[in-house]
Ligand binder design. Structure first.
Ligand SMILES: Nc1nc2c(ncn2[C@@H]2O[C@H](COP(=O)(O)OP(=O)(O)OP(=O)(O)O)[C@@H](O)[C@H]2O)c(=O)[nH]1
Length: 190
């Protein structure tokens, strides 16, 4: 386990989307013979034994971790973040969406090292990655307010919040595919 014992840390896997582009539940799609959701679980297990799966299908219960369903529907990932952070019993929570299997231990370690205020989110060439992040549990209130105001745009919400944007430009010159999103069947074959 990674040496961040001082932090009260949980993990949240986001896998509650509609997977329209994939055509089937993305979390259970195989990449190199392993379901995508398992990549996120395996990585988070290196940091904490306490993991929540944010999902809206019964099937996720078989993975051995508590499943938290969205309270607000049709709002996208911000709804998953709201419900799972609220359900978390930890101050700090590593977030990992199920469709970024190339994210590695180095990424999450850097976020833990670089947290300021209420969290840390990667940014590369100006693009935020709010679903590979470290968030303080308190942020569920920010997400709740945004949802109730009809604002589901996570990147905009994050820019307004007290969260450190951590540059990954250097790391990505060595590994440009680090944050590759697997959204379609074609993405699995690249
Ligand atoms: N809990 C929860 N997670 C979501 C929701 N929408 C998206 N996600 C997760 O957020 C991540 C990014 O999702 P997207 O690729 O933007 O959306 P998607 O619904 O999974 O896929 P598309 O229907 O193809 O857009 C994935 O891990 C999704 O499972 C949601 O409404 N609730």
């Amino acid at each position: 386990m990674n040496q961040v014992k001082a932090l009260d840390l949980g993990g949240i896997v986001l896998s509650g989307g509609k997977s329209t582009r994939m055509g089937q539940d993305k979390g259970f799609v195989l990449f190199d013979d392993k379901p995508l959701v398992q990549y996120a679980i395996d990585l988070l297990e290196k940091f904490t034994p306490d993991i929540i799966i944010s999902a809206n299908h019964e099937e996720y219960k078989k993975l051995g971790y508590p499943v938290v369903e969205d309270k607000f529907t049709d709002c996208g990932p911000v709804a998953g973040l709201y419900s799972s952070l609220k359900a978390s019993s930890h101050d700090w929570n590593l977030i990992l969406s199920c469709d970024v299997p190339l994210v590695n231990e180095e990424v999450l370690t850097l976020l833990l090292d670089q947290r300021r205020g209420k969290g840390a989110v990667p940014v590369h060439e100006g693009k935020l990655e709010p679903l590979v992040a470290l968030y303080h549990r308190d942020l569920y209130k920010v997400f709740e307010k945004s949802i109730k105001n009809g604002n589901f745009q996570l990147r905009g919400i994050i820019k307004q919040a007290e969260i450190h944007l951590v540059s990954f430009d250097d790391l990505m010159t060595q590994n440009p595919r680090l944050f590759d999103n697997f959204n379609t069947p074609g993405d699995l074959k690249r």
